[in-house]
Design a protein. Structure first.
Length: 365
């Protein structure tokens, strides 16, 4: 499908630069495809909006301080790295002495390999840029200078990797707010933003009403912000992301099927992980385990696992907008987005949310 079919005009002032407080006070646009209706609510209304017995799947990845600002050891020239993917460790006598990463990078002058970069004052991380990989990323070796782990050093000198459309530097509050309350597994360089709306109080209210909550892990990469550079989505190469689905979550999905309750994905990352792990031999089920996905979902896709989703409002001309259009219909989504703009909803990572259900039996009113 042509990417310009997913274009719309978004006023700059609708792009959220800070989150609302509390998290679940964000507006919630409820889209009911069977009736083609829209309802304006808030995220804290979720217990009254979800179908009885629904299973919510959340992404428990944790955003790391992946943005590093340092200087070249030889010249002092400024360097910025964005860690993308951890490849493994370098060991000496059974002791980990460095971590191997792929990273994006920019500098005041072009990189010459190998290059040594210092982060912190005094330096607590030393990076050696070894080469440029075929995918354009940098091969980087990271080591701590003071005996701590690289992860501990990143907590000291790394920055929260806010998306490029948030036009400010990260603040101390972002360390908490650009993280879900259920984040557990380090590895993401962008937040699973639909999950940012959920609070411990709301999760407790959902559980008290009989809704089950299960987790998957998908480490969100910077490719989530990657623009589509081709005219037709069929020619677009999706970024690769790692995911893990536990046996516990598989059992929770099986139980939901037995009680004829819908599976609701909290965010597009959960949608892509669940659909990528769909069991071809058992309709509506998934297989446990780890894997990677490059799944591109666009109109015409047949969902095999996910019955609905909680999601943020996405960029024009993006694969994420194509994904939600696959679930609810392109024209219906674009009408909903215009409704949101007219009613001053906030867009993107720190913005408001939308609830979409494909299943019958919703109770919106």
């Amino acid at each position: 499908m042509r990417i310009d079919a997913f274009d719309f005009d978004l006023p700059a002032e609708r792009i959220a630069q800070h989150p609302v407080d509390p998290r679940d006070a964000s507006k919630l646009l409820v889209l009911d495809p069977p009736t083609d209706s829209l309802f304006d609510r808030h995220v804290f209304d979720l217990p009254d909006l979800l179908p009885t017995g629904a299973l919510l799947i959340v992404n428990d990845t944790r955003v790391i301080r992946a943005r590093l600002i340092g200087r070249k050891a030889e010249t002092g020239g400024k360097v910025e790295l964005l860690l993308v993917r951890r490849l493994g460790d370098e060991s000496d006598g059974g002791r980990v002495v460095a971590e191997q990463w792929r990273a994006m990078g920019k500098a005041s002058k072009a990189f010459r390999f190998p290059a040594t970069i210092l982060f912190g004052d005094p330096p607590c991380i030393v990076a050696v840029l070894r080469s440029r990989a075929p995918d354009g990323l940098l091969d980087v070796s990271l080591a701590s200078t003071n005996g701590s782990s690289v992860a501990q050093a990143l907590e000291r000198v790394g920055h929260i990797p806010l998306p490029p459309y948030i036009r400010r530097e990260d603040e101390s509050s972002d360390a908490e707010r650009y993280q879900t309350v259920f984040a557990r597994h380090d590895g993401a360089v962008a937040a699973p933003t639909a999950g940012l709306h959920l609070t411990h109080r709301l999760l407790g209210a959902l559980s008290a009403r009989g809704f089950e909550i299960a987790t998957i892990t998908l480490h969100v990469g910077p490719g989530t912000f990657q623009p589509v550079m081709v005219d037709d989505l069929d020619g677009h190469t999706m970024h690769e992301e790692w995911f893990d689905i536990s046996h516990h979550t598989v059992k929770a999905i099986e139980a939901a099927r037995q009680r004829k309750a819908p599976v609701i994905a909290v965010g597009t990352t959960c949608v892509r992980a669940l659909e990528s792990a769909a069991d071809p031999e058992r309709e509506g089920m998934v297989r446990p385990g780890q894997g990677t996905t490059r799944l591109l979902i666009q109109p015409g896709y047949r969902f095999r696992v996910v019955d609905g989703m909680l999601t943020n409002f996405h960029l024009p001309r993006s694969t994420l907008l194509a994904l939600v259009s696959a679930m609810a219909g392109r024209e219906r989504i674009l009408r909903a987005y215009q409704h949101a703009i007219d009613r001053e909803y906030r867009f993107f990572s720190y913005g408001d949310a939308m609830l979409i259900l494909r299943a019958e039996g919703t109770r919106w009113m």
